[in-house]
Design a protein around this ligand. Structure first.
Ligand code: M6R
Length: 592
């Protein structure tokens, strides 16, 4: 949450660079924005406001400047106001700071600083940082880097910060918990929460590890451990994302573009090294207890994987929501295997779950989309889903890519790796055929019929049950319709009381052993007046509206979620909502 981006180098348009780059991080938070620029004449220019960074013109920040920091906020401490927008400044206006994360002990530090005469202009936890740095700089011989290091040693919580000193041509950054990546160019450096901020300029990066800081000055980049001050050597890594991967292409919204990317991403997900997959399969077979953990959509993917392992591999694995995972620490052993799944690779609850797993000596496999992310680097083993950057807040192609990798692993555990790969490659082809304009128009017709409803329900059985839950997340988060997913058999135990004449109910079906049961549940809904919208390979008379999907055997949940992603997208558009940046949300949830 929150995007931060800083530039230092030889270019003279640092202000425009950071504003433009920050627009590429807007998915991280978009309630307010701000910038601090050290102009070439040594003065500081600051601007901040509430609203989206997307609406800001980078040309307004084209004054000669080679050092700038900027921020796009997702509010935690302090409401969405101009005063609370970052950057925050020291009393003398010399130090500017942007921050992602939460300083948990800020109240205590704020009282201490107030007692020393500092005055505060916001309600944020962040503002203690420039004041504390200012205070430390009063000590004789203290450098900016040392002051930032000493300040960081006092912070509790998670943070990624960029610090600019009006008096110096240097940029200092530090992280604990929240992500920061250094983009290395020729005579210039970019420091950002995420790679898309600087992809236009460089694909060469150095990763800042947890508990590290970096100082860029005089063309040199110096990494240090925050606690000890010890210098760290870093490896330059070339990332394979391109600027084109991060754009909207021909589409109006990222969400639609990413839905359409699924024509290719299933094939890309199964492009895995056989040896590696077989090793993972062996670990699952030999471990004493395998637990899947993730949040949100990735969590629903893990629930689907429970069924994959059970049905395809006859192997029991458990899913535990990452935010609840620490409660289960009693059951973790050095022989346990924890599989975490995350698109961003930065989700705080997942990182916390991994910490708990590691404390018990358990091994962790991470299935992620973002190479070099905190989760990827903290895991013992990593598998990438190769979906390319996902920028819409609603996860689409990452979810199906994650399911593809997990289904492939389940087949490998069953000793059927090749059959699994063939199934998934064929499924990718079926999805490619499915995603055509006529198909989308058909779903649009259905969206038009139901877009004015306030409530809708989604049911599924077997591996379509987690997809019913995932459908509800998709519809809620982008269209703001109250949507709920249920195991079809649970309806009669309570939820059926919600059904009224015309209530839209979506049923997810396959061509499998669950069909006759769910058809009975559909009849129960229909008898109470529900409008039945079925996603199914086969038509039944009970359906009022039918969205045909290909028959994809155990890959059915991958196929079935796609028309729902389209439906959610169209409902959002028809209701006048921005599907890429839903209210109250951020793409990467780096706070607990
Ligand atoms: O980056 P992650 O996959 O770890 O994110 C997990 C959830 O925050 C994410 O899936 C969220 O639920 C999406 N907005 C759903 O579309």
């Amino acid at each position: 949450m929150c995007g931060i981006f800083g530039y230092i180098g030889e270019r003279k348009n640092a202000g425009s660079i950071v504003i433009r780059g920050l627009k590429n991080l807007e998915y991280r938070g978009y309630d307010s924005w701000g910038i601090a620029m050290r102009l070439l004449d040594g003065s500081m220019r600051m601007a901040k406001d509430i609203g989206k960074i997307g609406a800001v013109d980078d040309k307004d920040f084209a004054q000669p400047c080679s050092l700038a920091i900027a921020h796009s906020r997702w509010a935690t401490h302090g409401g969405v106001t101009r005063d609370n927008a970052h950057p925050h400044f020291s009393c003398d206006g010399r130090i500017a700071v942007v921050h992602n994360g939460i300083i948990e002990n800020f109240e205590e530090l704020r009282s201490e600083l107030e007692s020393k005469g500092h005055t505060f202009a916001s309600q944020t936890d962040t503002e203690i940082i420039p004041h504390l740095v200012e205070e430390l700089l009063k000590q004789k011989g203290m450098t900016l880097a040392e002051a930032v290091r000493s300040a960081c040693k006092r912070f509790m919580g998670r943070f990624a910060i960029l610090v600019l000193d009006r008096q110096l041509m240097s940029l200092v950054a530090a992280r604990t918990g929240s992500p920061l990546i250094v983009g290395v160019g020729d005579g210039e450096c970019f420091i950002a929460s995420d790679i898309p901020a600087f992809l236009e300029y460089t694909r060469t990066v150095e990763y800042l590890d947890d508990g590290e800081m970096v100082t860029v000055e005089g063309g040199k980049i110096r990494f240090q451990n925050i606690q000890t001050g010890e210098e760290r050597e870093k490896r330059l890594v070339t990332i394979d994302w391109t600027v084109a991967d991060t754009g909207k292409g021909e589409y109006e919204h990222y969400m639609l573009k990413e839905i359409m990317d699924q024509k290719e991403t299933i094939q890309r997900a199964v492009h895995q090294d056989d040896e590696h997959i077989l090793q993972v399969a062996k670990s699952i077979e030999t471990c004493l207890g395998c637990i899947l953990s993730a949040c949100g959509t990735a969590g629903k993917v893990c629930m689907a994987a429970d069924y994959f392992f059970s049905v395809v591999a006859k192997r029991h694995v458990n899913f535990v929501t990452a935010s609840e995972f620490p409660i289960y620490h009693h059951f973790l052993k050095p022989e346990s295997l924890i599989i975490v799944v995350s698109q961003s690779g930065e989700t705080a609850d997942v990182l916390e779950a991994m910490k708990v797993a590691k404390q018990s000596g358990s091994k962790v496999l991470a299935i992620v989309n973002t190479e070099g992310s905190s989760i990827a680097r903290a895991a013992d083993y990593t598998l990438l889903i190769n979906a390319g950057p996902e920028r819409a807040v609603a996860s689409t192609k990452a979810a199906t890519g994650q399911m593809a990798v997990l289904l492939l692993i389940a087949h490998a555990v069953a000793g059927k790796l090749n059959a699994g790969r063939t199934l998934l490659l064929e499924t990718g082809g079926l999805i490619n055929d499915m995603l055509n304009p006529r198909y989308i128009e058909h779903i649009e017709g259905i969206a038009k019929k139901i877009c004015k409803h306030d409530n809708m329900y989604i049911i599924g059985k077997g591996w379509n049950y987690p997809m019913a839950l995932e459908s509800a997340i998709k519809i809620q988060e982008v269209s703001y319709i109250h949507a709920e997913g249920f195991a079809a058999g649970e309806l009669k135990h309570g939820p059926i009381a919600l059904i009224e004449e015309g209530t839209p109910c979506v049923a997810l079906l396959g061509n499998d052993e669950f069909t006759s049961d769910i058809l009975s549940n559909i009849m129960e809904l229909k008898a109470r007046g529900a409008l039945i919208i079925a996603v199914s390979p086969v038509r039944h008379t009970a359906f009022d509206l039918w969205i045909k999907v290909p028959d994809a055997a155990s890959a059915q949940p991958i196929v079935n979620i796609i028309p729902i992603q389209i439906l959610a997208y169209l409902l959002a558009v028809l209701r006048g909502k921005d599907p890429d940046m839903p209210r109250n949300l951020a793409k990467s949830v780096t706070v607990k």
